[in-house]
Design a protein around this ligand. Sequence first.
Ligand code: FES
Ligand SMILES: [Fe+2]
Length: 410
Amino acid sequence: MINSKEWPAEGVSRAPYWIYTDSDIYAREQENIFRGKSWHYVGLEAEVLKPGNYKTTYIGETSVVMTRTEDGEVHVLTNRCAHRGNMVCREAFGSAKRLYCVYHAWSYQLNGDLSNAAFSQGLNGQGGLPKDFDKKNHGLQKLRVARFCGLVFASFKEDTEDFETWLGDVGDGIKRLLNRPLKVLGYDTQRIHSNWKNYHENPRDSYHANILHTFYGTFGLSRQTQESGMVLDKTGRNVYFYTKAGTEKKDTNYDSTKTELRSVNDQLRLEDSSILKWTDEIGDGVSVQILSLYPSFVLHQIANSLATRQLLPKGQGQLDLVWTYFGFEDDSPEMTKTRLLQANLAGSAGMISVEDAAVCEMTYRAIADGQHGESFIEMGGTDLTSGGSHKLSERAIRNFWHNYRQDMGL
Ligand code: FES
Ligand SMILES: [Fe+2]
């Protein structure tokens, strides 16, 4: 039977496949979610360290610029000239005194105010802008900005709750990790042929982590039998999972001779096992922490590898995932080397993450007609609280769909 565009009666324990493939839904998401009340990650303060520095990026499909002004403030502006809409910044990163539009030479201060419009007085009494033209009314659109532990977020809406309230208890997972000034180590951008929500569900899904990712189980970085848990904020928008390596209890689920679980492969050996050597920097034993903020941000610690992931939708069937690897300003050269080595665990060709993009693409291919069927999201229960804080649960995904449906009016 062809799906009607009605949400299944079971509610948050189902997601109909048309929600991933419908172009009208995609357009509505841009308005209701990406330009709606959410807070969106735009970058690290370390990327615009000095006055004059800027970075261009996107929130959803809207191009934005993050700038640092002389007073040390960080601003986020739409990258769209107030005259006739040309981009005012083309480079990914740069430094400038003004943002200058090449089309008709309107220029802007780094806080977004219009500083000059070429020929605004006309020439020899001819042309020029109207007498009542007021520069104050023609700046770049300014977004609301929040800075938290070196991360920068922005929102299009003035009436959204402040960022720390938005984070709820999940803020502790960020504070735990980002406790001193950051230093960028590198980037990796990955085009994934899948809907952005397929990817957003993935790091919220702790059920798959120790099954799909053979590397985790085989080399002991993360196993279901280790001490682990989940923290979800009270709105259900934001979540993090943690695992403590070396705390496993014997469990026959991991004996591949007795079960069909393929998460441990006894045949695999590492030529160079130095990638597994990690330092417990914080002293709490946590070897893996994966933190997701609604709707498009991930922060991970995998051993000593640290990175943000920014999810940028590019039409309903593809997305860009921007990985920013970082360490701390006071890292020793050895620690920087370890972080760079362990960066190979994640990213587009990462020994763990490569499988996430693969399953997102395969899922999208399997549901691409969008006409039939729905996903089944009942691990740990059927509602927003069932599953508790256990990792073998899809509670965080049910909570995602709950927030999504509210924002989309579905
Ligand atoms: S579009 Fe920017 S100055 Fe005309
Ligand atoms: Fe994964």
